[in-house]
Every structure is written in structure tokens, then in C-alpha cells.
Ligand binder design. Structure first.
Ligand code: S3P
Length: 171
């Protein structure tokens, strides 16, 4: 559970940019608690993300995402979010009030190759690179609006760690 920082570090960014990998790395390196919001939703709802999309629609998923984001902000030090969280108006408004938001960004071709065949991502499944680019373009201004810092997630984890901690501790 929550360790020694008051506001959580929240990782945002498009699908497949490495939010989970970096979140786990930061948590381990700094002895902080960590949650992957998608995994938390799956665990709490005892349901998969594709099934939630199927049963409740994307709007239903966004409501659950907001509900569990509020919980996780109070309970964990580092949170990796789902790439579409900024599409939920309530989540977006809540994230706007947070100060330690790190935006992970990288080349979309890399992202596409990572996620194109992933059945667990309803918003990427069966999409072309062009489709993903349009989705990315529709989201980018919101990532930019709420991010305290943007990093290139193609860089090595150890470098990203240094870059982020330096920024957050104002070294
Ligand atoms: C989504 C991203 C996913 C997950 C859900 C919807 C999106 O998270 O929340 O499939 O709309 O971009 P990742 O960014 O971890 O893939």
C-alpha cells in the first residue's frame, strides 16, 4: 500500500508505450507501491477487458476506469493507466488535478507492431496502422494537457528512471 509519497506518480500514454513495464521498474527501484489500473479493474470486476467492452460498451468500461482510478489514487504510489483513460470525461477531470503525471510516448510503428495482434486490447485489435494513428491523433492533445513531463519510452528503463526522478525531485 501507499509508501512515502503523497501524490501518486501516474503514467499515461497510448497503448503499447510501455507504461506497465516502466511503472513496475520505478516501483521496484524506489520501494514504492504499484498498480496497473487495467489489471486492477480485471481483478475487481472478475472479468476481462474485452468482455467488459462487449457487455458494457466502451462507456461502461470508462465508468469503471474512473471508479477504480479514484480508489487507486488513494492507495498506491505509482499507477500505470490505460491508454484511453483521457477519453473518460470524469477521469480526465480528475487527472487534470494531479501533478505527477508522466506521459510515455514513442514511435507509433513500434507501438503498432507490439499491439496489432493483441486480442486483449479491443481498441487495437484488427486496426490498421492508419486507424491507430487517427486514434492517437485524437488523444494526443489530452495527454499533452495533463502531463507534467513527456518521456520517450524507447529509451532504456534505467535512463527513464533517472530522468523522471530528477524531474520529480527537482534535483
Ligand atoms: C485502451 C487501452 C488499454 C485498456 C483498454 C482500452 C484504449 O490499456 O485500458 O483496452 O482505449 O487505449 P493499455 O494502454 O495498457 O493497452
Amino acid at each position: 500500500m501507499k509508501n512515502n509519497i503523497l501524490e501518486p506518480i501516474i503514467l499515461i500514454g497510448f497503448m503499447g508505450t510501455g507504461k506497465t513495464t516502466l511503472g513496475k521498474y520505478l516501483a521496484k527501484a524506489n520501494h514504492l507501491s504499484y498498480v496497473d489500473l487495467d489489471a486492477y479493474i480485471v481483478q475487481q470486476e472478475n472479468n476481462t477487458i474485452p468482455d467488459i467492452f462487449e457487455q458494457l460498451g466502451e462507456g461502461g468500461f470508462r465508468s469503471l476506469e474512473y471508479k477504480y482510478l479514484t480508489e487507486c489514487i488513494d492507495r498506491f504510489d505509482i499507477i500505470s493507466t490505460g491508454g484511453g483513460i483521457i477519453e473518460g470525461e470524469k477521469s480526465y477531470a480528475l487527472l487534470k488535478q494531479q501533478t505527477k503525471i508522466i506521459w510515455l510516448d514513442c514511435d507509433l510503428t513500434i507501438v503498432y507492431n507490439r499491439i496489432k495482434n493483441d486480442n486483449n486490447r479491443p481498441n487495437a485489435n484488427n486496426k490498421s496502422l492508419f486507424d491507430l494513428k487517427s486514434l492517437y491523433s485524437s488523444r494526443v492533445s489530452r495527454y499533452n494537457e495533463i502531463a507534467f513531463k513527456k518521456v520517450n519510452s524507447s529509451n532504456a528503463l534505467s535512463d527513464l528512471h533517472k530522468e523522471i526522478m530528477k524531474e520529480l525531485t527537482c534535483e
